[in-house]
Design a protein around this ligand. Sequence first.
Ligand code: KDG
Ligand code: MG
Length: 408
Amino acid sequence: MRIEKVDVIVTSPGRNFVTLKLTTGDGVVGLGDATLNGRELAVASYLRDHVAALLVGRQAHNIEDTWQYPYRGPYWRRGPVTMAAIAAVDMALWDIKGKVAGLPVYQLLGGRSRRGALAYGHASGTTVEALFTAIRNLRDDGFKAIRIQAGVPGLARVYGVGSDQLAGQRYDYAPAARTTVPVEEDWDTAAYLRHIPGVFEAVRAQFGADLLLLHDAHHRLTPNQGAQLGRALEPFDLFWLEDCTPAENQEALRLVRQHTTTPLAIGEVFNTVWDYQQIIREQLIDYVRSSVTHTGGITHVKKLLEYAAQYQIKSGMHGPTDVSPVGMAAAMHLGMSIHNFGIQEYMKHGAKTDLVFEQSFTWTDGLLHPGAKPGLGVELNVDEAGKYPYEQAYLPYNRLADGTVHDW
Ligand code: KDG
Ligand code: MG
């Protein structure tokens, strides 16, 4: 069964998505997510201009070999553009294999290890009332785990914090607001560190001990500041503290680890197992944040999580709205099958996205399930996708009060 046709579809139903569509000679279609937020066209070009020709005529069943070929073949390895492109090829081939076998992908990965994937939603607010409203809404929707982000007094805008007027509604990350250059936000680490522990104290006092609470520092702290924050949050029993440092320097996590027992999650900007080599071997983290979309697909993230499992480190796969429903489905199938599943991030997509990508996910009692359809279980409505051409959009960035560009 050979790959006959390779299409790359860029669509923007509220935000940009890049989808790889492979069609075999017998007409079986496989989909892969290649969306890289703010760099979508770079991956689309990589696929169209450099990968498509390698795929045509290849045996669609040889997933491992078709992973190694575009990874080792071109000389240049790793990096988010390459790894998102390879991820899309890999997902599409698993989708095809599942459809041919008549089985959902998780069955091909070893079968089901759980009833569904525990998922966390996003709550935020600049006031305690708005934050509490957002938390109540997520709880009413069945979430047992909630990520808490809060506005910081003195800062005009903080990434990951939605407007208070929308507290009861679905939150979408910037750059849902389209801009041709990144929007500038302000940042003050000292003000943030002073404010956040009080937010968690208020949330625990209001919602009790059972609710699982998470927090994302969005890579903005030094190792010492990360250690301070982790320690300050210990009384509030977090499920995890995410991305406390930028962590290109894997050793940075040693200092954080030595000073706090707050569990640490990292890796949504990492794209290979090699980015995790030291932090997994030295047990410096508790959760692996990679998404299937940005880390070489199901084949590679499965290897990464098997390595992590040797050290009792679990999955916490990235699932923001800039991972398409195809990428989310791939994460769910993998999460259903592995033993060391931890939690899945789940930001629901908007209504327009749900029309472009027809999904069979179920959401019951705080557990996500990819559904029983063969393959990944997501279909692309090409006519609907065609209504939404690409629109330039970027993540914001931040500067300190003196004008210095700060870390993400
Ligand atoms: O594209 C970047 C976003 O997906 C990222 O900033 C979201 O930090 C994020 C998260 O934890 O979902
Ligand atoms: Mg994050």
